[in-house]
Design a protein around this ligand. Structure first.
Ligand code: B12
Ligand code: SF4
Length: 486
């Protein structure tokens, strides 16, 4: 039997479909999940090719042509909430023209809502981490068997309980092959968010899983609560590999990079000992940093941290089960600023039970803080998270949640709480951005931030500001706001 060849697709339309008027500030980065799957297949000798629809272009026609020309037997899509509709359209096109090609799906949205993918155009659904299940799957095909009974994989004819299947997670991620993105993607065609330093920027993950129970977040539902880590040496080997091919700027996409203080210090020490001249940005929690740790991180190249604050209102933080208080947010941000690290915080606007007064207090506190950057997206409930269920009794949907709820473009509401009107939520989201970015402190910080950036990113930043603060507003004035969910 000829070994099956895999075509792995990121079906994204790029930041335009995710961020609307803010798309110029957004990123298109190589999809790590697909690269993990491709690396696992490659290690055991199966062929895989990755295609990013935004960077490399993709239409239904060109997809069919690519499958024919490449002799691919399996096409796999990595699905986020934003790419669900596109995935269904591509899958239908494949089944129309090439019914013998096996279509499979994996990724966060599939793990969170597997039942949505129970259609006759999708042959196999992968739940959880697929680094190991994809190998079992490929081996079955190579042996001439139809894959069946594989943990973490459901075929069209196999039962899928309403509650879904247990996640398949990799126990020892240190034993997985390193994800070397340059093997799979034309790295120079991707681009990071506007504030990221460096010309070619690479995203890496050093741990999987999150022990926290924030009610709005899908991270633990996708990668489980048990944290599994790469050893500091393995992780820094990967950074060293990229440095050896001329890449010195990184985004560490761990959910909470400094979760384990000792390990974080070891990674920083390893970077310093090897004298790697790199700079990196990471994501963390305000209660997972302290002055000494932050200084070590800065010395090892950390120039920016994004904190998931979500709100600067204790009532809302408690509803979200964030596990920290407003004061801890203010302190964590101040400590990072004192260490000379650029700080960014993400907030959400229009949460269940939130009132206009609550939101105004968050906006005021963010504007009074030492934060360098802040994001104020309208809250979007993700299926498979605890807050999603709460949303059914505490507000109303603007779009039909059964089919898609990624209306977040241009900060438009997907769902609004009973405590505020849609107009109030959307205008407060705009007000938050204006209040924060048009204050002298932010303008000063942004100017210093922008100075070392490559010229094309400076231009993107200016155009993003123009799109958001001028064009988006003009567009909005002409648009009647009302529910599109019937
Ligand atoms: C990095 C990241 C991003 C980055 C980079 C994405 C990229 N190009 O890789 C950026 C900033 C661009 C991003 C954007 C968004 N993200 Co994001 N992101 C993450 C983050 C922090 C890590 C993802 C990651 O790289 N993990 C490491 C890899 C190895 O794991 P993985 O991707 O899960 O892949 C494994 C499995 O899922 C599976 N798998 C994945 N793909 C495939 C494909 C096949 C064929 C198979 C068989 C298996 C398979 O196997 C892989 C290996 O084990 C997660 C949080 C988390 N802990 O998951 C959120 C997360 C995935 N993002 C989320 C969201 C909401 C978004 C946005 C929709 C935000 C927005 N409103 O715009 C956009 C959508 C992007 C898009 N393309 O459509 C949600 C997912 C919710 C959902 N239902 O989709 C998460 C869980 C965070 C959260 N808020 O709860 N994101
Ligand atoms: S918001 Fe952050 S800390 Fe909370 S569950 Fe998600 S990844 Fe973990």
């Amino acid at each position: 039997m000829t070994p099956p060849r895999f075509l792995l697709v990121n079906p994204t339309d790029g930041p335009e479909s995710e961020y609307g008027a803010l798309s110029r500030s957004g990123a298109e980065l190589p999809q790590l999940g697909l690269a993990a799957v491709a690396s696992a297949l490659d290690l055991v000798g199966f062929h895989a090719t990755i295609r990013d629809a935004h960077i490399q272009g993709l239409t239904e026609r060109s997809l069919i042509d690519a499958i024919r020309q490449g002799g691919f037997r399996v096409v796999g899509f990595s699905v986020y909430i934003t790419t669900m509709a596109k995935t269904f359209a591509y899958a239908a096109a494949i089944k129309r023209e090439l019914p013998d090609v096996i279509v499979c799906v994996g990724g966060p949205q599939v793990t969170l809502a597997p039942q949505r993918f129970r259609t006759d155009t999708i042959d196999y659904i992968f739940i959880g981490e697929a680094d190991e299940s994809i190998v079992d799957f490929a081996q079955a095909l190579a042996d001439g068997r139809l894959p069946g009974g594989i943990e973490g994989v459901v075929g069209l004819t196999e039962p899928l309980p309403d509650a879904g299947l247990p996640l398949r997670l990799v126990k020892d991620i240190d034993a997985l092959p390193p994800i070397k993105l340059d093997k799979w993607y034309p790295l120079d065609r991707f681009y990071p968010a506007i504030h990221i330093r460096g010309k070619t920027v690479v995203n890496v993950v050093s741990a999987r899983g999150c022990p926290y129970k924030c009610t709005f977040c899908a991270a633990a539902e996708v990668n489980g609560r048990r944290v599994r880590t790469l050893s500091p040496a393995t992780f820094v080997d990967l950074l060293g590999y990229y440095a050896s091919i001329g890449i010195s700027s990184f985004i560490f996409y761990d959910d909470t990079f400094s979760l384990n203080r000792k390990r974080t210090l070891e990674i920083c020490r390893e970077i310093m000992t090897r004298n790697l001249k790199i700079e990196w940005k990471c994501f963390s929690r305000v209660d997972a940093v302290d002055p000494e740790l932050l200084e070590r991180m800065r010395d090892a190249g950390c120039y920016c941290i994004t904190f998931g604050c979500e709100s600067l209102n204790d009532k809302t933080l408690s509803l979200l089960k964030k596990g920290f208080t407003v004061q801890q947010c203010i302190d964590g941000i101040a400590q990072a600023t004192d260490a000379g690290i650029i700080t960014c915080a993400s907030f959400m606007i229009g949460l269940p039970g939130e009132t206009e007064a609550d939101l105004r207090s968050t906006i005021r506190a963010a504007a009074a803080s030492s934060l360098s950057q802040a994001l104020f997206p309208v809250f979007e409930p993700y299926e498979g998270t605890p807050i999603y269920d709460l949303c059914h009794t505490t507000g109303k949907w603007i779009v039909d949640p059964r089919y898609r709820n990624n209306l977040l473009q241009n900060q438009e509401s997907v769902w609004v709480p009973d405590t505020m009107s849609r107009e109030t939520v959307e205008s407060l989201a705009q007000e938050a951005f204006s209040t924060f970015y048009l204050r002298p402190h932010t303008i000063g910080v942004m100017s210093r931030l922008v100075w070392p950036l490559p010229i094309e990113r400076k231009i993107r930043l200016v155009r993003a500001g123009f799109d958001y603060f001028v064009m988006n507003r003009l567009g909005r004035k002409n648009k009647a706001a009302g529910s599109r969910y019937r």
